[in-house]
Design a binder for this molecule. Structure first.
Ligand SMILES: [Fe+2]
Length: 134
């Protein structure tokens, strides 16, 4: 399971706080897997929460990129777009096997998010810090 640690910090407080919240949502998806409570209500609620929060968070990062004239803005936003597109295709009311769905979603998210934070967001964080953000 993914857990917050200082090694995930990108050095920008608002981004770190949002990453912590995202990790907490992912941990709650992990709890669903652990407790095997694969019911439509809990799954649709957590997926909706994740979907909302990912979009809020990406918008926040994209505003900072815009405002600071971040040179790698386009490639970074493309990565966000890929996840937004993936979220667009998810319809929990159209899933046959909740167990499989939630397991796969969880694995995918842990992978995507930890890779993205460690590589792409860290570069953004370093640039923002160089430009007087904290
Ligand atoms: Fe990002």
């Amino acid at each position: 399971m993914i857990q917050w640690s200082d090694s995930l910090s990108v050095g920008i407080e608002s981004i770190d706080e949002q990453h912590k919240e995202l990790i907490s949502i992912i941990q709650r998806i992990g709890d669903i897997v652990k407790t095997q409570s694969f019911d439509l209500t809990s799954i649709s609620e957590i997926v909706a929460e994740l979907d909302d929060y990912v979009r809020v968070h990406f918008s926040h990062e994209e505003e900072l990129m815009q405002e600071s004239d971040y040179p790698e803005k386009e490639t970074h936003i493309k990565q966000h777009d890929a996840l937004r597109d993936k979220l667009d295709t998810i319809n929990v009311f159209d899933v046959d096997d909740y167990r499989k769905f939630i397991n796969e979603t969880l694995m995918f998210l842990i992978d995507w998010l930890s890779g993205h934070i460690l590589k792409v967001d860290k570069r953004l964080g370093a640039y923002l810090q160089e430009n007087g953000y904290n």
